[in-house]
Design a protein around this ligand. Structure first.
Ligand code: GAL
Ligand code: ZN
Length: 665
């Protein structure tokens, strides 16, 4: 987006006006080029119904512009004000327990509520008309982290009606609905669409087919809610971009579809978040951070922005650790290495009021620039010329990892095993690639598989003939494909497949069929691979092989000891691996190393603990990032054929140092 590479999230409305100019000056000195503002400020923009007051925002935009800083306007629909809620209490969402969620946090709204939607249309139209041609406004962010703060999506009567309409559109007749949901079970048939409920807490387990459609509906509702805003913005703001702050693997809305509404996607990255499991050592987290950035790049298959990059200790009621000197820069540079074209830090100054008093900004409460300010200033100044050159360049991955929201939904509904979750499983495969310094693209199952040497497709549980066909032709045309346990189990309605043994028609490429299985509840299984014994978890598929299929590993415990566990089958010009269990970490790494080798996939470097390698490239240039995630000095092999463009000393990475190398192609 032009020449903008660094920014901050700014809340001038939380501070005295007399401070604003000092902020603008400090921002300019630091290298800040843009701010995002106003995304929660409904009341400040419309203090009483129909009385709009944008003067404070006009003034802030103009003042910042004097210091060369452009604005991204957030629409305030994540925080409907008290006057509105009091006048129309039905805007408040109702959770699955049937309880009204009250005013006092944020996103206390029902996204299908027609009154609320009308208020939003009015507000966004006013804002877009007012700022759509303001040369100091470069872009827009409708709402904030759509899908967040909606633990249970709303189940009110409006949502019920919207859901019924959505179902009518999809199925036309209740006969079709009854069939798709398998309602013969427990007498759940519907005579009319108006009989369908939104899911409230039930006495016993819910209908998995109904729940899958409910999750799809909720995702579509969020998209529809957002599209109403982006349509208005685009009408009046023809030369400004529209983006949104996504949250990595968050699941409430299908980000591939949501991404279609935006010029580019943005992401909020909080590596030190106190929400990560307490036991996670830094190294355990690094691959999750990397995967999160890669999946963001995958949603539109293009470079992205960080709209909120951690700038200090995170915390609400409790807090995370203080980022060590250098660590904030490491995290920002990791975002850039994976494809960020701009980094906006959250937030400018640590807030003195409200819920986020301990979610620290670049400046501390006192407003005096300190360690974080100085560190990030240096980083911005060093990186600016490089960011200009790198803009639009992409990592080039030889491995694709299929990631699907629908598979995630299906496993949320029926995880099978207490330790199985779809995203966690995807990340386990990812880690084995990350640990070998092999770049990975996340790709939708509707994307183009053909550019990858190796395609990893864990848990392809919901299957349809079109997707089967895609996998089959990928392998036939020379691709190396990994399929795993729980593939081809269900159709798109979340009903079990019954025509053939698992994995259905895909058995033509896997060269095996699953005749039985074992869920490893409170147990694990031993697996023998290349003469060594390893641990595997969660699941054992018991299979029957076609004669030409190769056994790569066998079970070494349980009543099926000696039977095949991991197989390889040549098909057309390619081959398909089938992994009938969840390999433990050691087995996973070993196995993935061999599979990558077999597919001729290149590693960027041999593994050094806590050191990450990543590349970006465009038509003329390739950049190599080497990132030290630890505070320890690391010896690294000399990098030949490249020029060092950032870094202290070739061959040595200081603690929390990032080096960047450049090569003309
Ligand atoms: C993000 C959100 C911000 C702020 C931040 C810190 O999820 O977009 O508005 O709340 O977290 O909690
Ligand atoms: Zn509702």
């Amino acid at each position: 987006m032009g020449d903008i590479f660094f920014g901050v999230d700014y809340y001038p409305e939380h501070w005295e006006r007399s401070r604003w100019e000092t902020d603008a000056k400090l921002m300019q000195e630091m290298g800040i080029q843009t701010v995002r503002m106003a995304e929660f400020s409904w009341h400040k923009l419309e203090p009483q119904e129909g009385e709009y007051d944008f003067t404070w925002l006009d003034d802030a935009i103009a003042l910042l512009a004097k210091y060369g800083i452009k604005t991204i306007v957030g629409t305030p629909s994540a925080a409907p004000p008290a006057w509105m809620i009091n006048k129309h209490p039905d805007i408040l969402p109702i959770d699955t327990m049937g309880r009204v969620r009250g005013f006092g946090g944020r996103h206390h709204d029902c996204q299908s509520n027609p009154t609320y939607r009308e208020y939003i249309r009015k507000m966004v139209t006013k804002l877009a008309k007012h700022y759509g041609e303001n040369e100091n406004v470069i872009g827009w962010q409708p709402d904030n982290e759509l899908g967040n703060s909606h633990f249970d999506l709303c189940t009110c009567d409006n949502c019920r009606k919207s859901f019924q309409n959505w179902l009518k559109d999809k199925y036309q007749t209740t006969d079709k609905l009854n069939q798709a949901w398998g309602t013969a079970f427990w007498s759940q048939e519907y005579n009319d669409f108006s009989e369908v409920f939104t899911p409230r807490i039930t006495v016993t387990g819910e209908n998995p087919s109904a729940m899958l459609d409910w999750k799809r509906f909720c995702s579509d509702l969020i998209i529809d809610f957002t599209k109403e805003q982006t349509d208005i913005i685009r009408k009046y703001a023809k030369n400004q971009f529209v983006t949104h702050n996504f949250m990595g693997f968050a699941d409430k809305v299908d980000y591939y579809k949501l991404g279609e509404l935006f010029d580019f996607v943005s992401h909020d990255q909080y590596p030190g978040g106190f929400y990560l499991p307490e036991t996670a050592t830094p190294h355990e987290k690094n691959h999750v951070l990397a995967a999160t950035l890669d999946v963001i790049r995958g949603y539109k298959n293009q470079t992205y922005w960080l709209m909120e990059q951690q700038s200090g200790i995170t915390g609400w009621e409790t807090m995370g650790r203080a980022p060590a000197p250098g660590q904030l820069s490491v995290w920002a540079l990791q975002s850039i290495a994976h494809g960020a074209d701009a980094i906006v830090f959250f937030r400018w100054r640590t807030c003195a009021v409200g819920t986020e008093q301990y979610w620290h900004g670049i400046l501390p409460h006192s407003g005096n620039p300190g360690r974080r300010y100085e560190e990030l200033k240096t980083t911005m100044q060093e990186m600016l010329p490089l960011m200009k050159k790198m803009q639009g360049s992409m990592p080039k991955a030889e491995v694709g990892m299929v990631f699907s929201f629908e598979q995630d939904y299906a496993f949320q509904i029926q995880p099978h095993h207490k330790d199985l979750d779809y995203i966690g499983q995807v990340q386990k495969y990812y880690k084995a690639l990350y640990d070998q310094n092999i770049p990975v693209d996340f790709i939708s199952d509707k994307g183009d598989f053909s550019k990858y040497k190796l395609l990893v497709a864990p848990l392809q549980y919901l299957m349809n003939p079109k997707l089967e066909e895609k996998y089959m032709s990928y392998v036939k045309n020379g691709g190396h494909l990994i399929l795993t346990m729980r593939t081809g189990v269900k159709d798109d309605n979340n009903l079990c497949m019954t025509d053939r043994e698992l994995p259905g028609r895909l058995s033509e490429i896997t060269g095996m069929e699953v005749l039985d299985y074992d869920c490893l509840r409170n147990a694990f299984v031993k697996v023998e691979y290349q003469g060594r014994e390893y641990q595997a978890n969660i699941w054992s598929d018991l299979m029957h092989l076609m004669p030409e299929t190769e056994v790569m590993a066998t079970y070494a415990s349980e009543f099926y000891a000696g039977e095949p566990c991991i197989t390889r089958h040549a098909y057309g010009d390619g081959c398909c691996y089938y992994i009938g269990t969840e390999p433990g970490e050691e087995l996973m790494l070993q196995l993935m190393e061999n599979i990558c080798h077999g597919a001729n996939v290149e590693k960027l470097a041999d593994r050094i603990e806590d050191v990450e390698y990543m590349t970006r490239e465009n038509a003329s240039t390739r950049w190599l990032f080497v990132i030290n995630h630890s505070d320890k000095r690391k010896e690294i092999p000399q990098i030949t054929g490249y020029t060092m463009v950032k870094g202290k000393k070739m061959g040595v990475l200081e603690g929390y140092e990032v080096q960047i190398y450049e090569k003309l192609k």
